[in-house]
Design a protein around this ligand. Structure first.
Ligand code: FAD
Length: 461
């Protein structure tokens, strides 16, 4: 697809934007805009103008104007994305959806939630829980990410192993299409197969096909109890065999996470065991259900972990110990970011049985390109976060290291992104996984939705 030419908004256009969306909703103060120059990727881009979204009608008017004037509009919400998807790399207007944040209904009669896109993920989970219901998707940044951003990236998280990703909970959407039309797609029902599935084309489209302004979400009964266990292994191969065996032997945990020895080294001060060598791994298992179910299931899983070579099992005895186990897991990406000058977070996925092989290929890549690799994440579904780090800014081989990690993944039958998406950061790697025909079809869909290429241009393709 032709690459966009960077767009600078003129004063006249800014005035027209103000007239269209309301003066008070337009931010042009550079000092304020500087705070929106980033997401959680390594990319930076200060917006020239930011519009605060207030209503579906206002967004529709903005997009109609954008098509007349041909300026880009870039949706932004929590700003926790890891690929630069919400950054105005090619200029134009950043449309900030975080203020459209009402939970319109938690409907206990139909087990659905009706929400605006700027609702913080954790707020929705808590609101559903208060009514005995469960919204399972739990991306690790859920205290800041929004439901609209989660839908745009089809976010995952630890509980996806058992419960699926965001897309599995989206029944229907209200969307403003790039030319300003407002459309409702999907249903309020659990099932629906009328026509092409536009809902799930829009989910995961990273703000390139439409602006999500309302969501109908599926809720399920909240599990009464969760129990969590940590298991220490000398050898990551044994740990990964255990991850597979737990599932083969009939268990589907609510989460099955791991971290390698390098990651454990970063959180030494937070763990109660010593790291048994450089091939070590730590596995976190969480099960949910009734008290009896969780107790029985964790006891059986504990036996499997021991049989597969776990040297230590650390069961959380109460909620605060459980929270400790998860806070160690959450600290990993924070500490990697804090301790490295360059940090590129990849979230590849391989067939479940391939994790150990992939991790074993890492030392050679480290040696060849002079980088450090940290592996952790969702072992149960093969989705591993590999952070590629370097000690200095202008490290010459970082791109080669990234490409080699991604190529190795694809060669193993894996995918270059399990949950974070492509955005801007990964678009040069798209051809490693998708055929020219597939890319061509997808570019055709983009042009059909957005003939003037004004919505989040230069992302994905
Ligand atoms: C510490 C940390 C942990 C994380 N853990 C996970 C994890 O476990 N799993 C996971 O999947 N991700 C994870 N992420 C990544 C991130 O949280 C997700 O990608 C999240 O879905 C982004 O939501 P957001 O509201 O921050 O969106 P933003 O970053 O603001 O935007 C992300 C993309 O969505 C588009 N967008 C946002 N809102 C809308 C809308 N209403 N309509 C159309 N397009 C829109 C933007 O244009 C952009 O392309 C993590 C990030 C951090 C910082």
């Amino acid at each position: 697809m032709e690459q966009p030419i960077p767009y600078q908004l003129g004063d006249d256009t800014v005035n027209e934007i103000k007239n269209t969306v309301g003066d008070d909703n337009v931010i042009t103060d550079h000092d304020v805009l500087k705070q929106y120059d980033r997401d959680a990727s390594f990319l930076r881009s200060i917006p020239q103008v930011m519009v605060m979204a207030r209503s579906t009608g206002q967004i529709s008017r903005l997009l109609k104007l954008a098509n007349i004037k041909k300026f880009p509009v870039v949706p932004r919400a929590g700003g926790t994305g890891l690929t630069g998807g919400c950054l105005p790399i090619f200029g134009g207007v950043v449309l900030n959806l975080s203020s459209m944040n009402r939970i319109r209904a938690i409907d206990t009669h139909n087990l659905i939630a009706d929400v605006e896109p700027g609702v913080i993920t954790l707020d929705l989970r808590n609101a559903a829980k208060e009514k005995g219901l469960f919204y399972p998707p739990d991306p690790a940044g859920m205290d800041k990410s929004t439901i609209g951003g989660n839908a745009a990236t089809s976010a995952g998280g630890p509980s996806c192993l058992k419960y699926g990703t965001t897309k599995d909970y989206i029944l229907g959407l209200e969307v403003v299409l790039p030319q300003g039309e407002i459309i409702a797609v999907g249903t309020r029902t659990r099932k629906g197969v009328v026509g092409y599935d536009l809902t799930h084309l829009l989910v995961g489209s990273e703000g390139t096909l439409g602006i999500i302004t309302g969501l109908i979400l599926k809720l399920i009964p909240h599990p009464p109890k969760s129990k969590t266990l940590g298991a220490v292994f000398h050898d990551i191969r044994n740990a990964m065999t255990a991850v597979t065996q737990i599932q083969v032997q009939g268990h589907l945990p609510a989460a099955l996470e791991f971290m390698d020895a390098k990651c454990l080294g970063l959180v030494k001060d937070l763990i109660s065991f010593s790291i048994p060598g450089e091939k070590a791994a730590y596995v976190i298992v969480e099960v949910d259900g009734t008290e009896e179910q969780t107790k029985a299931s964790l006891a059986e899983i504990g036996k499997i972990l021991k049989q597969m070579g776990a040297s230590d099992l650390l069961e959380a005895r109460d909620e605060s110990q459980r929270e400790n186990i998860w806070s160690v897991r959450r600290q990993i990406s924070i500490r990697i970011r804090e301790t490295s000058v360059i940090n590129v977070a990849e979230d590849i996925a391989v067939p479940i049985g391939g994790i150990a092989d992939l991790v074993s290929a890492m030392p050679e890549i480290e040696k060849k390109f002079g980088v450090s690799l940290y592996a952790f994440g969702h072992a149960g579904d093969g989705n591993i976060h590999i952070n590629i780090t370097a000690p200095k800014k202008d490290h010459p081989y970082i791109d080669d290291a990234i490409r080699t990690v991604l190529k190795t993944t694809v060669a193993m039958g894996g995918t270059i992104s399990g949950e974070h998406g492509i955005g801007y950061a990964k678009k040069s790697f798209l051809g490693l996984e998708l055929s020219p025909t597939s890319i061509g079809l997808q570019e055709g869909i983009k042009k059909l939705f957005d003939p003037n290429l004004i919505l989040n241009p230069g992302k994905i393709f």
